[in-house]
Design a protein around this ligand. Structure first.
Ligand SMILES: *Cc1c(COP(=O)(O)O)cnc(C)c1O
Length: 401
């Protein structure tokens, strides 16, 4: 018999989340991720909360590559790569990813979470200093925690995009053996871009290493979607880049670390998710490879994404909202209280528009927001419909007049 106390205490915790209005309800989809989806019990819904930036989740070339990968390689290796063999499609994918983000090599993982988690502990040692931007993704935060407990390296957090704070903390750590700076390329709750050129300069001044998680930028930023480094014209200058295959690049799953050959080789030897967990399923690797190839041969998708973003930002400002300024397809509309963000999101869904609201503690108190995300797959009609719905709900809630 299972432990009843365990179950009842879990039930009480879940009830508390419901009482606090922070319980997450899942919406089930009956069709592929796209600009519109078929949502169980709701029918056609317009999605403005997906990371499907390039609309590749249901791109025919991406889907058929996955089917072919499954047929050619089967479901998977049945073990980890160094024990049982790795597939040629993984090597092909890793070459394509490295070429895309402008590094010598790359190594794939089942998720960017895994890639990040394994990285810090593999490159830091006791006596090293690892600094992280205050708004970095949860996977980076956990990566530092893990590295600290495994290696006894020193970790620290600098204020978000505060270059003076970063400089001061590096200076204080000048006796460290190795200094590592971790930053997101694009910060997901703000839609803001890291000050990469300054971070690189500061890193050179203080003999530090820059590791950038480009999950929201790969396929999105830069003229041809090569990410934050392309956006700033510094391709090839970042020591290590991590990113996901679960957003713009097909949206299935998977992540990677890209950098010098020696780094990827070292991670193959040392990184624990690489050593103790299976590789990306070949069907996913094949779809991701097709996504990279699609992006490379269709840079117009990136242009379309940028134009859609500009159009949506302009329309939403015209309607009287004040979205956080920026140029990424993440457009957060600040509504104030957490309850307002949740109500706005619920009311929009009732009108057939799916946008997620975020409140405290995910974002600071009083800065709750609905976060709109634009895709190249949105038509102008879709964007107009979204703006009309957001405007009508915004008026009902008194957020705009
Ligand atoms: C989404 C995201 C991740 C996680 O990616 P997965 O491949 O889904 O694990 C990691 N880092 C950042 C910055 C992200 O936005």
């Amino acid at each position: 018999m299972i432990n009843k106390n365990f179950v009842s205490s879990l039930e009480a915790s879940v009830q508390q989340l419901k009482d606090d209005n922070v319980y997450k309800r899942l919406n089930y989809l009956e069709s592929p991720q796209s600009a519109h989806v078929k949502m169980e019990g709701r029918g056609d819904v317009l999605i403005l909360s997906s990371n499907n930036y390039l609309g590749l989740c249901d791109q025919p070339e991406v889907v058929s590559a996955g089917i072919k990968g499954l047929e050619k390689f089967g479901a998977g290796t049945g073990s980890v790569r160094f024990i049982c063999g790795t597939f040629t499609v993984h090597r092909e994918l890793e070459h394509a990813l490295a070429a895309l983000v402008g590094t010598e090599a790359s190594l794939s993982y089942v998720s960017c979470w895994n890639a990040n988690e394994g990285l810090t502990a593999s490159i830091a040692q006791e006596g090293d200093l690892v600094l992280s931007d205050a708004l970095n993704h949860a996977s980076i935060i956990d990566s530092l925690r893990l590295a600290k407990s495994i290696t006894k390296c020193t970790t620290g957090v600098y204020a978000h995009s505060d270059m003076d704070d970063l400089r001061a903390k590096l200076k204080a750590g000048s006796s460290a053996r190795r200094r590592i700076i971790w930053t997101d390329g694009v910060f997901s709750m703000e839609g803001s871009i890291a000050k990469l050129p300054e971070i690189l300069q500061i890193a050179r001044d203080h003999d530090a290493i820059v590791v950038m998680d480009d999950s929201h930028a790969t396929g999105v930023l830069g003229k041809t979607g090569r990410g934050t480094a392309e956006h700033f014209g510094v391709l090839g200058e970042v020591d290590a880049i991590t990113s996901t295959l679960g957003k713009a690049l097909g949206g299935a799953a998977g992540g990677f670390v890209a950098g010098p050959e020696a780094l990827c080789d070292m991670l193959t030897q040392r990184s624990r998710p690489q050593l103790f967990s299976n590789a990306l399923p070949p069907t996913v690797a094949a779809s991701a490879l097709a996504s990279v190839n699609y992006l490379t041969s269709h840079p117009d998708r990136v242009t379309l994404l940028r134009e859609n973003t500009r159009y949506f930002r302009g329309s939403i400002e015209e309607a009287g909202f004040k979205p956080l300024a920026g140029e990424t397809p993440i457009v957060p509309i600040i509504v104030g209280e957490t309850s307002a963000a949740i109500r706005m999101s619920d009311m929009l869904l009732a009108q057939g528009v799916f946008v997620t609201g975020f409140g405290f503690p995910v974002v600071p108190q009083g800065q709750a927001r609905v976060r709109c995300q634009i895709s190249a797959s949105h038509s102008r009609d879709d964007l107009d419909r979204a703006v009309a719905a957001i405007t009508s709900v915004g008026r009902q809630l008194g957020i705009i007049s």
